[in-house]
Design a binder for this molecule. Structure first.
Ligand SMILES: Cc1cc2nc3c(=O)[nH]c(=O)nc-3n(C[C@H](O)[C@H](O)[C@H](O)COP(=O)(O)OP(=O)(O)OC[C@H]3O[C@@H](n4cnc5c(N)ncnc54)[C@H](O)[C@@H]3O)c2cc1C
Length: 327
């Protein structure tokens, strides 16, 4: 079977080849692996994302699948692809503390920190939710590792733009092309938001979330700082991105930080009100996998594995109903 995977989709490629090494998979990437939003991800991974700090849909199997793939990628390149750094989610808005109380009442993998304790651990004087199992993923190394595995299993990287007329050469086509899917299929009405992270010189013990976030990288003296999520998709200069991000982070996290550069990418959402990714069949041979929004690290491996099975077993029923385009 000849399969085209367009854009991201490394996890789906890995899971397809894990089931059947005889598949002929070509991975089309117009700008290089990690050129899209995946390469700009800050690397935060925990189950309580979103303003209400509630346990996210399928967070546990999602994170377990990601950790399995992170470990396989680490083994492939001989380098760590993540750290269980712990994530400290600081209360910024009046409603945050109530949300944190609620989550601690029902989940035993989190705890509350009082302002003094948060200050002693992070320098931020706020009540906080501590997520000890929160991960900092080293996204560049992770993508390199998954590609290494796919390459080893026989996938071919084709560095060119895929157009829908190229579909004729393939038995199956998986459109995992992020923001570009909005152009290819305008009827999906996808919502696009540009985001950027500053690359900063600063040592952190924990990743921090407040109004914006700071995350760890594979270099102990470098962290990412971000806040932006703009429906205006224009590029910002480094100065503009720095001003915008620091104006939100400085009020709760004061620190002398040197900004070294920034990364930018476009996140794709199903709508302004739903965070569920889309994974669905568009026609007999074509599947799409967009809408990972800000939760790409939580869902790519879990849903990539389900998509691989649905395609090879010709069983669209395996796709969770909430992920379908029309539910
Ligand atoms: C600033 C920022 C910070 C983020 N932080 C986090 C985080 O901390 N935790 C988290 O879980 N998620 C985070 N995310 C979100 C997450 O990384 C993304 O939602 C997710 O990785 C999107 O993956 P994707 O494969 O759908 O799209 P992309 O990663 O955008 O991949 C699409 C790829 O397709 C290629 N392409 C497009 N069209 C074509 C074509 N026609 N032919 C060939 N190639 C094509 C592009 O070049 C691109 O490389 C962040 C995103 C951004 C922007």
């Amino acid at each position: 079977m000849r399969v085209a995977i367009v854009g991201g989709g490394l996890a789906t490629c890995y899971h397809l080849l894990a089931i059947d090494r005889n598949l002929k998979i070509q991975l089309f990437e117009k700008d290089g692996i990690g050129a899209g939003a995946s390469g700009s991800a800050a690397g935060l991974l925990h189950p309580y994302t979103g303003s209400l700090a509630q346990l996210n849909w399928c967070a546990q199997p999602g994170i377990a699948a990601t950790i399995q793939l992170l470990d396989a990628a680490a083994q492939a390149i001989g380098k760590a692809t993540y750290k269980i750094s712990g994530i400290v989610r600081c209360a910024i808005h009046p409603e945050d503390q109530q949300a944190f109380f609620n989550i601690v009442r029902t989940q035993d993998d989190v705890s509350l920190w009082d302002p003094q304790h948060t200050y002693s651990q992070t320098g931020v004087y706020r009540p906080a939710l501590f997520i000890p199992n929160g991960l900092s993923v080293y996204t560049d190394l992770y993508l390199k590792g998954i590609w290494h595995l796919c390459d080893h299993y026989g996938a071919e990287l084709v560095l060119q733009n895929f157009t829908l007329s190229d579909s004729a050469y393939f038995d199956k086509v998986i459109l995992a092309c992020g923001a570009n899917l909005a152009e290819l299929y305008p009827a999906l009405n996808l919502v696009l938001k540009r985001g950027e992270v500053l690359i900063c010189e600063k040592r952190l013990t924990y990743a921090l979330i407040g109004d914006g976030y700071l995350s760890l990288t594979d270099q102990s003296n470098i962290c990412y700082m971000g806040t932006t999520s703009r429906t205006d998709l224009t590029d910002l200069t480094l100065d503009e991105a720095t001003k915008l991000i620091r104006s939100q982070v400085d009020p709760w996290f004061k620190s002398d930080i040197q900004v070294l550069g920034y990364k930018s990418g476009i996140r794709v959402y199903r709508s302004l009100v739903s965070a569920h990714p889309i994974i669905d069949q568009l026609d007999n041979k074509t599947w799409c996998f967009p809408g990972l929004g800000s939760r790409g690290l939580m869902y790519h491996a879990y849903l990539g594995s389900i998509l691989a099975k649905a395609i090879l077993q010709q069983s669209p029923k395996l796709i969770p109903q909430v992920c379908k385009i029309t539910r």
